[in-house]
Design a protein around this ligand. Sequence first.
Ligand code: TEU
Ligand code: CA
Length: 558
Amino acid sequence: MATTQWWKNAVVYQVYPRSFQDSNNDGIGDLPGLTQRLPYIKKLGADVIWLNPIYKSPDKDNGYDISDYRHIQDVYGTMAEFDHLLASAHQQGLKILMDLVVNHTSDQHDWFQQSRQSKDNPYADYYIWRDPVDGHEPNNWGSYFSGSAWTFEPKRQQYYLHLFAPGQPDLNWENPKVRQEVYSLMKFWLDKGVDGFRMDVINLISKPAGLPDAPQAPGALYGNVEPIVADGPKLNDYLKEMNEQVLSHYDVMTVGEMPSSTPEDAINYTGFDAHELNMVFQFQHVTLAPNPDKRLGKWNDAPIKLTELKAALSRWQKALDGRGWNSLYWNNHDQPRTISRFGNDAPEYRELSAKMLGTTLHMLQGTPYVYEGEELGETNVHYTRLDQYEDLESINAYHQLVDQEKAVDGPTMLKYLANMSRDNARTPMQWDDSINAGFSQAKPWFALNPNYTKINAAVEVGQPDSVFSYYQRLIALRHNNALIVHGSYEEIDPDDDQVFAYRRHYQGQTLLVISNFTDQTVTRDYLQDQADQELIGNYSDDLGTTLRPYETKVYRFN
Ligand code: TEU
Ligand code: CA
């Protein structure tokens, strides 16, 4: 089936279901709650909803450990409630992407429960089992969630691989039976009418032959596998087979989460002639300030250099222009809130920088993703204590790096966690200033960001100067401008460490986007000598060559 590439004109809204809307007052978001809130997503102007995993799961990694791909997690509701959600979304002109997590399953999945019993059962080779080497783990691979990536199973006298938690054993994609199981479960959901998939760490599914040792980070096993596991030898074969056997038979959208992939990799998997995926989530703009001490990986609180952020985004814009398609995101359930990271969440600058960051991203070439709460200008929580965290990645990292490795002291690691923890993005949605922010009548599963009394949908929807209204206008601009969707990309002054400016060109029209990433007033002369039509900006008047703190403006030249 020829796809219509509808996703090129789309804006995606990401819903983390457990934190979006509770409907039965158990403190956990659920599908009926999301169904109630579809009009809000429609009002924003989004076209597609990406739903984080809602399948049966022991919830060791908030649903990214799936024990049954064909049943809904009880706390989220029933399959009938999912069917109602999908039908309601389609009635309102919204599509739904499911989250496909097939690099690994839960250790509670029946396949693994049988696989671990012996070396000769029908599921024995559904996972990656290896004999001990000199009585130890088969190699030096470390888990993303700290500790070794191997766990010993006495019943088999073997280790099994888990790039993430021990409760997330990696599937053996070399086994054709595993691939057929995946294609079958994909068809199950596509035949129900879902509109595509976001594919979890899909570029990790092909492991290097012989599982060689990783380039060891000094002194720690923590998360050192990505350099040799990402973009493995058979990834193209698997994605082409998946496309041939499943995706090409449906008019759907696919986005592959690909940690550490480069633009060249992305063209390899999503090039218009690749017949694999439509786009990737790349990580180069959200991994800019790793800790100089490699043992600490992403845990750091060094400021981001704007020139590096510009270089990362420009690299992808230029490389994929005319050859592939970008996904555009600042936020998701794994990233800290972008205002606190790339903008300024101080009260006098929060809304200005929210609008500036939104403009900077949404005027680029690609499909923009808005993560729940981003459209309200939500910020990091600024946690101060370890017991405020819920996410195993953060908690495990603290214990491994502070208690076991003694690679960093506790107070410093708490600063790093506050800056980078995924929990910053997982606090319940801020609907209004009532108790529990209108998210639930019960105590929420996870504490709200205390600023919900001031930052919430009730104060913003319908308020012309709000971040929500600004995002509505950004999305409407994209829906009504082929120049924004299809225009080529031209960066301006890559060495400018205060202002991010770029042009887009299409059929004789030019868009000029300028964003001041600082709290200083600056001037730039490339605004001076041309007639222009200002499409959007976050200040009410236009001072020409002057850019006030976090000022952003977009001009169209015909
Ligand atoms: O994330 C994979 C991934 O790249 C993140 O774990 C990221 O590397 C990590 O947060 C360090 O920056 C996907 C899901 O988005 C994440 O929520 C899951 O925990 C993970 O895979 C395992 O399924
Ligand atoms: Ca609920």
